[in-house]
Ligand binder design. Structure first.
Ligand code: DAH
Length: 337
């Protein structure tokens, strides 16, 4: 019987040695140590031994064999566990020094780039940068810009209304500004002429996004108020800006148009070196009613204003086919620039 016990133990130990995964160990355990295993069935035969001494010796040998198999299983389980953990750690390892020496550099959003370049060019022409709130009163956004209640031009702005009253505003008559022109009013009310400002900023209109429209977009407004300002100053400024921003091969023209806040009003286009024209924005001489709303005497001062879209400048410059791509936050798009 002792020989059988030794043989069963050796066979069991060899099986433990061959187990190559934690799953295999788990499956092996009941088979080697259970009642139906070879050691288990030898234990069942103990009762049939006639001599007490033989029983004692065989029982002891069986206990030792069982313990040997148990400790072999647990040692094997530990070492397979360590190996599995090591493999997991190696697999999930993150090399945080990976980019050392090769830092990746991002860049500003295309609209931010255009916005900052526009500011640079106008600062170079002697302008200061002004700003105003995005949540605006009806008065600043429309009324003070010569668009009183019921003015048909209001209909051209697909206005988003806000259910909130800002300081000095009235609930239900508060809007997300539809253009940067209210900054003209805010600047005139707080600064003494001469005024030479540009006001870039975010504007809002009730529009369904498509390739050329977004409900949130950007404009830059310009306002000059000084003595003896004429249409020639406006045309000259637009021309100087065109050459500084687009390049010496570009030129500009004004086309008669209508805006309630300027009189006369014009649209301005730029001509590319290939001769083609591109519509850029609106401009004109500041309407006397607008100067008065800004607390400025139109008999003493005159001025011009202009406004145009920034997003379009970025789209043009980089030949982006769909405006929505600019706001999708897709790295595959952003990394092209
Ligand atoms: N506010 C106008 C718009 O959003 C653009 C504009 C036109 C601004 C003429 C001006 C201007 O300052 O003089 O459509």
């Amino acid at each position: 019987m002792i020989d059988d016990i030794t043989a069963a133990k050796d066979a069991a130990l060899a099986e433990v040695e061959r187990a190559d995964s934690l799953d295999a160990i788990v499956a092996l355990e009941p088979r080697l140590l259970g009642k139906k295993g070879s050691l288990g069935s030898l234990k069942a035969q103990l009762g049939s031994l006639s001599s007490v001494d033989d029983k004692k010796v065989a029982g002891q040998a069986l206990n030792e064999a069982t313990q040997a198999v148990e400790s072999a299983l647990s040692a094997r389980r530990d070492s397979l566990g360590d190996a599995a953990l090591a493999a997991l750690v190696a697999h999930e390892r993150l090399d945080l020094t990976e980019s050392a020496g090769r830092p990746t550099r991002g860049h500003a959003h295309l609209v931010t780039q255009a916005w900052e370049r526009l500011e640079d060019v106008f600062i170079g022409l002697g302008f200061q940068v002004a700003e105003g709130p995005e949540v605006e009163t009806d008065w600043h956004n429309f009324e003070a810009l010569n668009m009183g209640e019921g003015h048909p031009a209001r209909g051209e702005f697909d206005t988003l209304f806000v259910d909130y009253a800002p300081p000095g505003g009235t609930a239900g008559r508060t809007v997300l500004r539809t253009h940067t022109s209210p900054v003209q009013i805010r600047t005139m009310l707080t600064a003494e002429p001469p005024i030479y400002i540009v006001a870039p900023g975010r504007v809002f209109r009730r529009d369904t996004p498509d390739a050329t429209h977004m409900p949130v977009f950007h404009q830059i407004e310009g306002l000059v108020v000084d003595r003896h300002i004429t249409l020639a100053d406006l045309a000259g400024t637009i021309e100087a800006f065109t050459k500084a921003f687009f390049g010496p091969g570009f030129t500009s023209r004004l086309r008669p148009s209508y805006f309630p806040f300027t009189e006369p009003s014009a649209e301005f286009d730029i001509q590319r070196p290939d001769g083609s024209w591109l519509e850029l924005g609106g401009c004109g001489m500041v309407h006397p009613n607008v100067l008065r709303a800004g607390g400025i005497d139109p008999d003493e001062w005159s001025g011009f204003a202009f406004g145009f879209g920034i997003d379009r400048m970025a789209v043009m410059r980089h030949q982006v086919a769909d405006l929505r791509d600019m706001y999708a936050d897709d790295l595959r798009f952003a990394e092209q620039f």
